[in-house]
Design a protein. Sequence first.
Length: 133
Amino acid sequence: MIRIEHIGIAVKDLTKAEELYARLLGSASYKREEVASEGVITSFFQVGPNKIELLESTRPDGPIAKAIEKRGEGMHHIAFEVTDIKAEMARLKAEGFTLLNEEPKRGADNKWVCFIHPKSANGVLVELCQEVR
């Protein structure tokens, strides 16, 4: 793993959250993007070498809506940048981690992504990210 790529934060209202984080961080979101396959609209803020990703559900049965219903708004996941997502997935699976997807899938911000189940990471949803080349 190279570095923390971003921290994902689940929000009910993306516009209001963007306004709050713009005030908090002193700069505006640089990108909004819908990931239809995940039922989410994302908004990214650059913070030094890292990013904050705000996530709003586009459907009431989406994973973000369910997370907010269960735990409220707040931190949803931490993402780590990797150089070879398939090799990292194989390594983590061999180490006993439970992957939520067997193959990398397209995520936001031009990334291949894979999630690790929170039950195998002390309650934290972990995302692996690799730039699509």
